[in-house]
Each structure stands twice: as C-alpha cells, then as structure tokens.
Design a binder for this molecule. Structure first.
Ligand code: URA
Ligand code: SF4
Length: 193
C-alpha cells in the first residue's frame, strides 16, 4: 500500500472526530486495490465490519461479492469503502454531523486512487456525494459531476429486504464493467443528464 493511503488508514483507525468513535469496536478504513479504476462506496460499517475492521464482510458484503463476481470483478481487483468509517449504533443511518466529520477520509481516498468511476451503493452515498435521492428510480445511470464520473446503483443490503433487487444489482454491475471497458479503450459512453 502506498504511504499516502496507509497514512489515511492509520488516521481513520485512531480517529475520534465524531461521537461514533465512542461506540465502535473498530474503525473501518477502505480496502482493496489502490490502482483500481473504480471505487465502490457504501454507507457505514455494520456489526461484522465493526468487529473485523473491514468493509462489507457481513451479509451485505456477501451479496456485494456475488454481484461483483457475476460482472467479472474480483474483490481484490477493486477498492471498497464507506461514507462513514465507524458503525452507527444499531446500524442507524449516519447523521449529517457524522458524515461531515468523516468526509475528509473519503475525499482523501478518492484523491489518492483517482478512479475513472465512483460507484455509489445506495441512498447514503448518493446523497452524500451527489446530493441525490430516490436511488431505485435513478439507479443504473452514469452521471458526471465536476469532471468525475459516477455510476449509481442500489445498496447490497437493500436486497435482504427486497430479493427482486438481486438481479438488478448484478445487471447494473455488468453495465458498470462494460462502461469501464469502453473508457479504457477510449470509446464514448452514455452519460445521463
Ligand atoms: N453496509 C455498508 O454500507 N457498508 C459496509 O461496510 C457493510 C454494510
Ligand atoms: Fe472519525 Fe469517521 Fe469514525 Fe467519526 S466515523 S470517528 S469521523 S473515522
């Protein structure tokens, strides 16, 4: 791992910038390949992530892995992180103060890795990064904001409550993989307004 990313990681692990530091067991920095041209951004760690200090290792993580593999990605090929790096009590959504306090770390991860595409997983990342809402209506889209491309899709945990979304996530990841392939070849991609 580069010194820069390792430095972010170490600061996350010992961070006390918001009150989630009091209830967490482990802070959860991003993980994966820093040469990846796509970063997946979830909401916040859950119970298993808090225990292990790694993102997406519980049920939602299994669903994420399955969808990634379906589209030809492997987990260690890509970089996976969250908007907020510590688990909110009872898995509630992170509040604005917590998102704001944690934003610097995601910004630094993005600046170091410089992905071609940021893949937004669910409403928390969608609202934090693009001020968006109603993910199920807007998913499957490639959007551009301040010269950065984003691909918007549902959160893997949404599938636990809505099994019909399992194939939706897989198909979205296939579209994401195809889009990345085109970008690598210098071909045009369709950007939603
Ligand atoms: N849900 C998330 O948003 N992130 C994780 O790391 C695990 C579950
Ligand atoms: Fe620090 Fe982010 Fe954890 Fe809050 S959630 S303590 S800002 S790492």
């Amino acid at each position: 791992m580069s010194e820069k990313l390792n430095d972010v990681r170490n600061r996350v692990i010992s961070c006390v910038n918001c009150s989630l530091s009091k209830s967490r067991k482990n802070a959860v920095p991003g993980i994966g390949n820093e040469k990846s041209d796509v970063i997946f951004v979830g909401e916040a760690p859950g119970r298993n992530e808090d225990l292990q200090g790694k993102p997406f290792v519980g049920t939602a993580g299994q669903i994420l892995s399955e969808a990634l593999e379906y589209a030809g990605f492997t987990r260690d090929q890509v970089y996976i992180t969250n908007v907020v790096k510590c688990r909110p009590p009872n898995n509630r959504q992170p509040i604005t103060e917590e998102r704001d306090a944690c934003r610097q770390y995601l910004s630094e991860e993005l600046k170091i890795i410089k992905p071609r595409i940021i893949c937004i997983l669910g409403n928390t990342a969608y609202s934090s990064l693009l001020d968006g809402s109603a993910i199920t209506k807007n998913r499957g889209k490639l959007v551009k904001n301040n010269d950065q491309l984003y691909f918007v899709t549902v959160h893997p945990a949404a599938i636990i409550y809505n099994p019909g979304l399992r194939q939706v996530l897989k198909d979205d990841f296939v579209l994401l993989a195809k889009t990345l392939d085109k970008l690598r070849k210098g071909l045009d991609v369709e950007i939603s307004k």
